[in-house]
Design a protein around this ligand. Structure first.
Ligand code: PMT
Length: 409
């Protein structure tokens, strides 16, 4: 059964809609939630009603929308405290910068903020706002406060914004939010699966201050680790030097060289069911790193390189090998070279990306051609977070197809 079909029969979801252009997407989300059998009660902020009419949500959910904190008719039927006790989940989508700030402050000056304060149900927020507002330190602090209190933060995604900007702040797509809800309420499909992910570049020292490296930012591998954790996997991320913070709920091990990454991975393979190699590992390292800083006396400098161990091939060759997923970074002949890597390294699945100026490395978006024994699929260019979710869906299907008895869902 695919996650999209997983029923939420009789689950009670309080869908909070706050003001912003993304409010119209909440209508699609309400429809999707209702279609899985959930009972959906929409609560709108006053600002949200400027963007979408309450009647739209009423028609989609079969329930009158609640807006006002003090509404005599509604209070007589189901008072706000009763309403706070009703849901299995409170999902605020879209959550504007203002709503995040008010939730972080614990305000109770409208119905939605009061319900968030009064409920014992888990709360999830799906932020949507202008990219500069999302990057603002005040919003970052509010989000950190909410996360520290156990609020789930789903998204935002990066891309074109309604205001014409490009960057992080787009509402997560309704179908992805639907899956987030299903995972939270029904459990992830990788619960009990131990996964290892490599990400980022490696640095191969030339001398104490210089190294050979590459342009990997770690974004792709970190997104994969995040998507696996969202499916309930127990994730260890072995990361080269990057400027990213550890994803929530993921164990991170920092390394520098290919050899260190190799050792860190091999030391953690016991019990591992899934290995995803997204790191851009240096194929070669300087044979002898100089003890002292190399002086620029000569006009030419020869550096002898020696091959690094291939981590992915080493993992795939083990008798107790987990399900292995490699990446292939190619500047030409994408499918042909990637297929060759899948076969020679003996991996179960390969995710190939075209790399070059502005492509693959250090970008927010990426596209992947994914191939396994018996199938392949092209995923078009999209935000790396979204792309990782799609990749993890495919991995999950293949993993379960390989060992159905161990993975009933
Ligand atoms: O980090 P980002 O900026 O987000 O960029 C993402 C990415 C482009 C780095 C990522 O999507 C990607 O393609 N990662 C693999 C890069 C790479 O080294 O590809 P490759 O074709 O050279 O290697 C093939 C596979 O073998 C990869 O899974 C790699 O991790 C693995 N490998 C390679 C060499 C080595 N010594 N050990 C390995 O495990």
């Amino acid at each position: 059964m695919s996650m999209a079909d997983a029923p939420l029969t009789d689950k009670r979801i309080l869908l909070g809609v706050s003001g912003g252009i993304a409010a119209y997407k909440a209508a699609e989300l309400a429809r999707g939630l209702a279609a899985t059998g959930a009972q959906v009660q929409v609560v709108m902020t006053q600002a949200a009603t400027e963007f979408v009419g309450p009647l739209t949500f009423q028609a989609l959910t079969g329930r009158p929308v609640r807006i006002a904190l003090f509404d005599a008719a509604h209070e007589a039927a189901m008072g706000h405290i009763e309403l706070a006790r009703w849901p299995d989940l409170v999902l605020v989508a879209p959550a504007s910068a203002n709503t995040l700030a008010r939730l972080a402050q614990g305000r109770a000056d409208d119905l939605l903020s009061t319900l968030c304060l009064a409920t014992a149900a888990p709360i999830a927020v799906a932020p949507a706002m202008n990219q500069q507002m999302w990057r603002n330190a005040a919003t970052a602090e509010n989000v950190a406060t909410l996360v520290a209190r156990g609020v789930r933060v789903w998204g935002p995604e990066s891309g074109d914004q309604a205001c014409g900007d490009v960057g992080p702040g787009r509402l997560r797509e309704p179908e992805d939010l639907l899956q987030d809800v299903q995972r939270l309420l029904l459990g992830g499909r990788l619960t009990g699966v131990s996964a290892l992910v490599t990400a980022g570049p490696t640095r191969e020292p030339l001398d104490p201050v210089r190294y050979l490296g590459n342009r990997s930012s770690g974004k792709m591998g970190y997104a994969v680790a995040t998507a696996l954790a969202a499916e309930g996997a127990d994730v260890t991320l072995v990361s080269g030097p990057v400027a990213l913070s550890a994803p929530h709920g993921v164990r991170r091990v920092m390394v520098e060289t290919a050899q260190e990454m190799h050792d860190a991975v091999l030391a953690r393979l016991t019990g591992c069911r899934l290995f995803v190699a997204a790191a851009a590992v240096a194929d070669y390292r300087p044979l002898d790193a100089a003890d002292q800083k190399i002086k620029k006396h000569a006009d030419e400098l020869q550096v002898e390189l020696i091959k690094n161990p291939d981590i992915l091939a080493a993992v795939a060759a083990r008798p107790d090998a987990p399900f292995t997923v490699g990446f292939a970074a190619e500047t030409e002949n994408l499918a042909r070279y990637a297929e060759a890597k899948r076969r020679t390294k003996g991996v179960d699945m390969i995710a190939a990306n075209q790399v070059g100026a502005g492509l693959g490395f250090d970008s927010d978006d990426n596209a992947l051609w994914i191939s396994w024994d018996g199938g392949d699929v092209q995923l078009p260019s999209m935000d790396k977070g979204r792309l990782a979710t799609r990749l993890v869906q495919l991995i999950t299907e293949r993993l379960h197809a390989q060992a159905p008895a161990e993975n009933p869902r």
